[in-house]
Design a binder for this molecule. Structure first.
Ligand code: NAP
Length: 479
C-alpha cells in the first residue's frame, strides 16, 4: 500500500490540492489514520473540469476498438492485483478480505463487460414514411460527466460508471466518498497504466462535496451527472442539475422487502436471507430491510436465521475467519443502535445480537429482531447494518400492499415454490429488480436500478451504456 497514490488525479498528472489541504482516511476496524489524501477545493474542481472538457472532443473521436482495449487491459490489471486492491479496500472500508476480493472481481467485470459493449454502439438508417426523406440515426457521447460515488462499494461503484463512460466516449470527473478515496485513486493509476489518455478521467477526493459539486453542475460545461448515494443527497443534486438541464442517472437508497411465503423452501430462504442481509455487513442499497414472513413459518425462519447469524465471526476484516467487519464509522453505528433501541422499545424480541461490543473499532453484532412493530423507525429507514427485522403476514394481497408501502423501490426478494405466485407477486412489486429464491441480484450483465425514489436510469447490462449516449437524427432528402 506504500505506493498507493494519495494526490488528486487531474489531466493525467498527480497533484496536490491547490490550497495544500489534505483529508485523513481511517481504518474503521481500529480508528487509526492510514493515509492523508489531497482534499480538492473549488479551484481543483475547475482544473479537473478544464481537463475533462479539453479531452472530450479527441476522446469522442477515438476509435471504439481503442476505447475497448483500454478497458480490457484495465480489467486484466485489476484481476492480477486482486489481493493488493482487496487489502486496500478492507483497510479503508472495513469489509472482510473475502468480500473485498469478491468486490474486486465484480468491479473488474464492469470493465470487461463494457469493453465488449464499446464496439457495439450502433445506429440506423432508413426512408421516412413520406418517402421523400431519409433518416440517419447515430449515437454520440453525452459529453463530460460528473460521477459521484458512495463508500460502501469503493471500487465497484466507480467501475460501474467509468466503464460505460469510457466505452461511450465520455470524459469524466470522479468524486469518490471521503471515507474511501484510496480505491478510486488506485483505479485511476491502473487506467493510466492501461493507456487511458490524459484528461479522460480525473479524480478529486474532497471533504467539501458541495463546494466541488455544485459549481460543476451549475457551470454549464458538465453534461451529465451519474450519482450513487442516498435519496436525500440525490434530491439536492437533481435540483442543482435543473438550471442547466444536466442529464442524470441516479442510483439511490432502498428499503428492500424480503418475503417468505408459507410454501417457501426454508433452506433457500435462510440462505438467501444471509446474503441479502449480510453482504457488506448490511451496508448495501440492496440489503433486505424488512422481512415479511408468513405467520405459519415465521417462528421456524426466525430461529434458523438467528442460529446462522449468531455463528458469524465479527472482527477486523483482515483477520482470518472473520465474516463480519466493522461498520463504516461511529455515526453509521450510532444510527443502527438507535434503530434497534426504537424497535425494542416498541416490543420487538431480540433473537440474537443487539449489543454493541466494548473496545475500539465500529463493530456491531449480527442481530435478528422478531415481532417487530410496523410503526418502528427501521421500517422506513435504511438500516445499513447487520440487523434483520422480522414481521409476519397472513395473505398475499396484504404482503404486496405492505411491501409497496414505501417511497423506495430498488429491489425485492421473494421466496416461494409456486411458479404462478412467484410471477404474479413479482409483477405486483414496485421495484426495479426482484430476487426470486435468491438473495443476490447484482451482476454486471444485468440492468441495475430502481423505481420510485430509488432512482432514475440503469447501470450495467446492455442498457448501461445508453446512459452515456445521446441520439442524433440526421434528415437527408431523397433526391
Ligand atoms: P450519501 O451521503 O448520499 O453520499 C454519496 C456521495 O455523495 C458521497 O461521495 C458524498 O460525499 C456525496 N455528496 C453528499 N452531498 C453532496 C453534495 N452536496 N454535492 C456533491 N456530492 C455530495 O450516501 P453514502 O452514505 O455515501 O452511501 C450510502 C447511500 O448510498 C445509501 O442510501 C445507499 O442505499 C446508497 N447506495 C445506492 C446504490 C444504488 O445503486 N442504488 C448503491 C450503493 C449505495 P460526502 O460524504 O463528502 O458528503
Amino acid at each position: 500500500m506504500t505506493d498507493t497514490p494519495t494526490q488528486l488525479f487531474i489531466g493525467g498528472a498527480w497533484v496536490d490540492a491547490a490550497d495544500g489541504a489534505t483529508l485523513p482516511v481511517d481504518d474503521p476496524a481500529t480508528g487509526e489514520i492510514i493515509a492523508h489524501v489531497a482534499d480538492a477545493g473549488p479551484k481543483d474542481a475547475r482544473l479537473a473540469e478544464d481537463a475533462a472538457v479539453g479531452a472530450q472532443d479527441g476522446w469522442a473521436r477515438t476509435a471504439p476498438r481503442a476505447r475497448s482495449e483500454i478497458l480490457r487491459r484495465a480489467y486484466e490489471i485489476i484481476i492480477d492485483r486482486t489481493d493488493e486492491l482487496a487489502h486496500l479496500m478492507t483497510a479503508e472500508m472495513g469489509k472482510p478480505l473475502a468480500e473485498a476480493r469478491g468486490e474486486v472481481a465484480y468491479a473488474a467485470e464492469f470493465f470487461r463487460w463494457f469493453s465488449e459493449e464499446a464496439v457495439r454502439i450502433d445506429g440506423s438508417a432508413g426512408i421516412l414514411p413520406d418517402g421523400r426523406n431519409r433518416m440517419l440515426l447515430s449515437r454520440r457521447p453525452v459529453g463530460p460527466c460528473l460521477l459521484i460515488t458512495p463508500w460502501n462499494f469503493p471500487l465497484a461503484m466507480g467501475t460501474r460508471k467509468i466503464g460505460p463512460a469510457i466505452a461511450a466516449g465520455c470524459t469524466m470527473i470522479l468524486k469518490p466518498a471521503p471515507q474511501t478515496p484510496l480505491s478510486s485513486l488506485a483505479l485511476a493509476a491502473i487506467l493510466k497504466e492501461a493507456g487511458l489518455p490524459d484528461g479522460v478521467l480525473n479524480v478529486v477526493p474532497t471533504s467539501r462535496a458541495g463546494e466541488v459539486g455544485e459549481p460543476l453542475l451549475r457551470g454549464g460545461r458538465v453534461r451529465k451527472l451519474s450519482f450513487t448515494g442516498s435519496t436525500q443527497v440525490g434530491r439536492l443534486l437533481l435540483a442543482q442539475c435543473a438550471d442547466t438541464v444536466v442529464r442524470t442517472s441516479m442510483e439511490l437508497g432502498g428499503n428492500a422487502p424480503f418475503v417468505v411465503f408459507e410454501d417457501a423452501d426454508l433452506d433457500k430462504a435462510v440462505d438467501g436471507a444471509m446474503v441479502a442481509k449480510m453482504r457488506n455487513m448490511g451496508e448495501a442499497c440492496t440489503a433486505a430491510n424488512r422481512f415479511f414472513v408468513h405467520r405459519s413459518v415465521a417462528e421456524e425462519f426466525g430461529r434458523r436465521l438467528a442460529e446462522r447469524m449468531g455463528a458469524l465471526v465479527v472482527g477486523p476484516g483482515t483477520r482470518d475467519g472473520v465474516d463480519v467487519g466493522p461498520l463504516i464509522d461511529v455515526k453509521g453505528r450510532a444510527k443502527v443502535e438507535e434503530l434497534v433501541a426504537d424497535a425494542v422499545e416498541r416490543g420487538a424480541q431480540v433473537l440474537v445480537g443487539g449489543r454493541t461490543p466494548q473496545g475500539p473499532g465500529c463493530f456491531y453484532p449480527p442481530t435478528v429482531l422478531a415481532d417487530v412493530d410496523p410503526e418502528s423507525r427501521l421500517m422506513d429507514t435504511e438500516i445499513f447494518g447487520p440487523v434483520a427485522a422480522i414481521l409476519t403476514f397472513e395473505d398475499e394481497d396484504e404482503v404486496v400492499r405492505r411491501a409497496n408501502d414505501t417511497p423506495w423501490g430498488l429491489v425485492g426478494y421473494l421466496f416461494t415454490e409456486g411458479l404462478d405466485r412467484a410471477l404474479r407477486v413479482s409483477e405486483r412489486l414496485e421495484v426495479g429488480m426482484v430476487g426470486l429464491n435468491t438473495g443476490l441480484v447484482s451482476n454486471p450483465a444485468a440492468p441495475f436500478g430502481g423505481v420510485k425514489q430509488s432512482g432514475l436510469g440503469r447501470e450495467g447490462g446492455r442498457v448501461g451504456i445508453d446512459e452515456f449516449l445521446e441520439y442524433q437524427y440526421l434528415a437527408v432528402p431523397v433526391q
